[in-house]
Design a protein around this ligand. Structure first.
Ligand SMILES: Cc1cc2nc3c(=O)[nH]c(=O)nc-3n(C[C@H](O)[C@H](O)[C@H](O)COP(=O)(O)OP(=O)(O)OC[C@H]3O[C@@H](n4cnc5c(N)ncnc54)[C@H](O)[C@@H]3O)c2cc1C
Length: 472
């Protein structure tokens, strides 16, 4: 039997373990915190559970526009002001749900005959892994195949150390039992924007400190513009081109220093300034596994590292910090190493979502690639304002954007900015993955009224251009 040892029990690791066992490998997974990894215990699952609560608050905020009032028609009879957030309960639910999800994964491992070691793993050359338990006991494991899926750790500024009480990283926010009076979010990337959006919806006074011109650098600019407008419209203070250099506590306050000498004061601060890979001290260099300057493991498209028999998957490779990509890299590693049919990782069809309100979902080619001339594609943007369902639901912001090849009309990418964009993007993902044309997409039925109707309508309008003699 081929022995497979996996370091790290996040989606990169546990999804690989399942495939490894399915293909007849003798699989051991070493995880120091809990199965599901950071994804399930502290990052993806908890944040999306918190956001689910925030989303309900956001719906409640729209209630009055839709004609809902509370019974007592006193002076302050707004629906939103009648609901308060019990953050202790919210966070208890978040953590319970994460623990339950981790337990489900552990049970799945057990039923598949996968050995789970609670401890820290490190390579001992390319054919052995040493597992160290919490009590310091060591076990040396034979490893025909090793998969490194050790994830990342939040980056901290030396001058803004997180204390878990008022200066927090994204793993520590669930310690809060009461809503912060004023939350300073440092970093306007996906994580910063998601937490800023969620706390704002929960009724917290949020200041978003961004070193860039606007929120969500690297995302579709039109989508980022919508989000920035929505945030500002809701009263959030966005400090653009403001680089935070330090954070300290002063009594019940947190003071964040900016590079230009200004100070921002709040009750709490969330640092969301990126992550560093968990790749040091695990025997990579000695085993001949090449890492980049940032510490990420170099892999090819079938997850091989530069060391024979050693594979890597997930955030520690720096390929795409998404649970779905980590899982796919892990599965590919097993398919390849255990001799099953395998297609190399294809990043062109990865769909991803920013869970802000509204959500921003993207797939395939980007507007930036088209604008730079790297890809020739036609673009059509349809604001949601014209969508009947959006009007009915009191949704005012958002759009659907489709990219297609100019001659054939094959859909190569798209962006959806809408509530539940993460669900709506799937039809565009299928179109991109299966090389469906705008005509084919337009000719399939959508429900009336529905937000997805706008996706079909965008495809139809791209056809209209063609019919009037223009390229798609
Ligand atoms: C706040 C936040 C929200 C996110 N939301 C989403 C989302 O909605 N959708 C999405 O697709 N992605 C999301 N992501 C990204 C997603 O969480 C990561 O892409 C995913 O966790 C990567 O999986 P992984 O297996 O590489 O690593 P992880 O999930 O980080 O797991 C790695 C595990 O390895 C363990 N480990 C480390 N070193 C060792 C060692 N030497 N021995 C044993 N164990 C070790 C760690 O304890 C950890 O449990 C989010 C990230 C953050 C920060």
């Amino acid at each position: 039997m081929t022995s497979v040892v996996i370091l790290g029990g996040g989606p990169g690791g546990y999804e690989a373990a399942l495939v490894g066992a399915q293909l007849g490998g003798e699989v051991t997974i070493i995880e120091r915190e809990g199965l599901g990894g950071a994804s399930v215990l502290t990052d993806c699952v908890p944040s999306k559970t918190l956001i689910a609560t925030a989303e309900v608050m956001s719906t409640i905020h729209r209630a009055e526009e839709l004609g809902l009032r509370v019974w007592e028609t006193g002076e302050d009879s707004g629906v939103a002001s009648s609901v308060h957030v019990d953050l202790a309960r919210v966070n208890e639910r978040v953590m319970d749900l994460a623990a339950a999800q981790s337990a489900d994964i552990t049970e799945k491992m057990r039923t598949q005959g996968i050995r789970v070691i609670k401890g820290t793993g490190r390579l001992n050359g390319t054919e052995e892994v040493i597992a160290t338990g919490a009590d310091g006991t060591e076990e040396t494991l034979k490893a025909d195949i090793t998969l490194i899926a050790t994830g990342t750790t939040p980056r901290e500024l030396p001058s803004a150390q997180c204390d878990g009480e008022r200066i927090l990283n994204w793993k520590q926010v669930y310690n809060l039992t009461e809503l912060p009076e004023k939350l300073i979010v440092v970093g306007s990337g996906v994580t910063g924007a998601e937490f800023a959006s969620a706390y704002d919806e929960l009724g917290v006074d949020v200041v978003l400190v961004s070193s860039r011109d606007k929120v969500l650098p690297g995302q579709d600019e039109d989508a980022a513009d919508v989000l920035q407008e929505v945030f500002e419209g809701r009263g959030m203070e966005i400090m653009s081109r403001s680089r935070a250099t330090a954070a300290r506590r002063e009594g019940d306050e947190v003071v964040v220093n900016l590079q230009d000498g200004r100070e921002v004061r709040g009750s709490h601060c969330l640092m969301a300034v990126g992550a560093i890979p968990n790749t040091s001290g695990i025997g990579l260099e000695e085993a001949g596994v090449q890492v980049t300057e940032s510490g990420h493991i170099v892999t090819d498209r079938v997850s091989r590292t530069t060391a024979r028999g050693v594979y890597a998957a997930g955030d520690c490779t720096g390929v795409f910090a998404l649970a779905s990509v980590a899982a796919m890299q892990g599965r590919i590693a097993m398919w390849h190493s255990l001799g099953d049919a395998v297609s190399p990782l294809d990043l062109k069809a990865v769909s991803s979502n920013v869970f802000t309100s509204p959500e921003i979902a993207t797939v395939g080619v980007t507007q930036a690639q088209i604008d730079s001339g790297e890809v020739r594609a036609s673009v059509l943007t349809l604001p949601l304002k014209s969508n009947a369902r959006a009007k009915m639901q009191g949704v005012h912001d958002g759009f659907v954007k489709l990219f297609c090849l100019p001659v054939t009309g094959i859909i190569v990418g798209g962006v959806v900015v809408a509530p539940h964009a993460s669900e709506l993007i799937h039809s565009v993902s299928i179109a991109v993955g299966d090389r469906i044309t705008v005509d084919e997409l337009a000719n399939d039925f959508t429900v009336y009224p529905s937000m997805s109707g706008s996706i079909a309508e965008a495809a139809r309008q791209l056809h209209k251009r063609r019919a009037s003699g223009m390229p798609y």
